[in-house]
Ligand binder design. Structure first.
Ligand code: ZN
Ligand code: ZN
Length: 272
C-alpha cells in the first residue's frame, strides 16, 4: 500500500503551499492518496481557519485536483472541524474533529497557537493550574465526535503540544490522565478513527506523535482504530515521521492502521 496522509493544510487556511503544490508534492513523495483537511470556518473568524467565502474555492480546488490526478493518485476532500465550527453540511469525503481551544469566562483560549499564549491562558484563567485547564479541554474532547460528526478524531492530546519533557505539567499525573482517559473512553463508544499525528514533530515541538502511548494502548485494548497522518502545513512534510509513527502503532499492539480508498476506510496490515 502506498503511503498517504488524510490531514494536511494549504494556503486557503494556515498552510504554506497551495492545494496544487501539495498534490504535486504528494505524488513526488510516492503517495497513493492525499486527503485535504482545511480548517473549517469558526464564528469569530480566526486567521488560521478558512473564512466562509473560501470554502467553495477550497472545495473546487480539491475536486479539480481529483480529476487531474485520476489514475495516478486518489485525492480526497476532507475538512478539519473544530469543536466550535458550525455544522459542515454533507458532501465531504470525511471530517476530522478537533479541539483547538477552550472557552473560559467568555474568552477563547487556544491550546496550540503558541507556548506563550498557552502559558498565559493557564496563568490568567486557571491560576497556573494546567490540570484544571486540561479538564476543560478534555471535557470538550469527549464530545468532539458528537459535536462535529467526524469520522476521524484529530490529535487527541493536542493539549501536550508545548509539554515536551513534562516541562509545564506532569502528563502522568492522575489529574491530567483521568479526564483524558474519560474523554477517550467516551469517544471509544463511537465508531471513530484516532489519528497518530506527526504534525508537532515536523514543526519541532515534539519528538513523538500524538497521542501518548498510554492512550494508544487503551484504544487498542478497546478495539479502536488508528490512522497515521502528518497534519502537514507544507509540501515537504507530507510523510514526516511515518516510520516512527508506524513503529509506535506496532509497539502499542496494533497490527493494522486505517487507509482511505475509493471503497472507504480500510484496515491495512502494518508493513504492507
Ligand atoms: Zn488541528
Ligand atoms: Zn490540522
Amino acid at each position: 500500500m502506498k503511503p498517504q496522509t488524510l490531514h494536511c493544510h494549504t494556503t486557503l487556511c494556515d498552510g504554506k503551499n497551495t492545494p496544487a503544490e501539495m498534490a504535486a508534492a504528494a505524488l513526488a513523495a510516492g503517495c497513493g492518496a492525499i486527503g485535504f483537511s482545511g480548517h473549517a470556518p469558526l464564528p469569530d473568524g480566526d486567521d488560521w481557519c478558512m473564512p466562509a467565502v473560501s470554502v467553495p474555492l477550497y472545495r473546487q480546488a480539491v475536486l479539480d485536483l481529483r480529476e487531474q490526478y485520476r489514475g495516478q493518485m486518489d485525492v480526497f476532500l476532507g475538512l478539519e472541524q473544530d469543536y466550535f465550527s458550525p455544522p459542515a453540511g454533507p458532501d465531504w469525503d470525511y471530517l476530522i474533529g478537533s479541539v483547538h481551544c477552550v472557552v473560559k469566562d467568555g474568552a477563547v483560549l487556544s491550546v496550540d497557537e503558541s507556548e506563550a499564549i498557552f502559558v498565559r491562558a493557564a496563568r490568567e484563567f486557571y491560576g497556573g493550574d494546567f490540570y484544571a485547564f486540561a479538564r476543560d479541554y478534555f471535557r470538550l474532547e469527549a464530545e468532539v465526535a458528537k459535536a462535529t460528526g467526524c469520522q476521524i478524531v484529530g490529535h487527541f492530546d493536542l493539549f501536550t503540544k508545548f509539554n515536551e519533557g513534562n516541562r509545564l505539567f506532569d502528563a502522568a499525573d492522575p489529574r491530567y490522565r483521568g479526564p483524558a482517559m474519560e474523554a477517550l473512553d467516551a469517544l471509544l463508544e463511537r465508531d471513530v478513527i484516532f489519528e497518530i499525528n506527526t504534525g508537532a514533530m515536523s514543526r519541532g515541538y515534539r519528538t513523538a506523535p500524538y497521542p501518548d502511548p498510554v492512550f494508544l494502548r487503551r484504544i487498542r485494548e478497546k478495539g479502536g482504530r488508528v490512522a497515521v497522518t502528518s497534519d502537514s502545513h507544507s509540501g515537504e512534510s507530507l510523510l514526516f515521521g511515518y516510520p516512527q509513527a508506524f513503529a509506535l502503532a506496532a509497539a502499542c499492539g496494533f497490527s493494522s492502521t486505517v487507509y482511505r480508498t475509493g471503497e472507504g476506510f480500510v484496515d491495512v496490515p502494518i508493513g504492507e
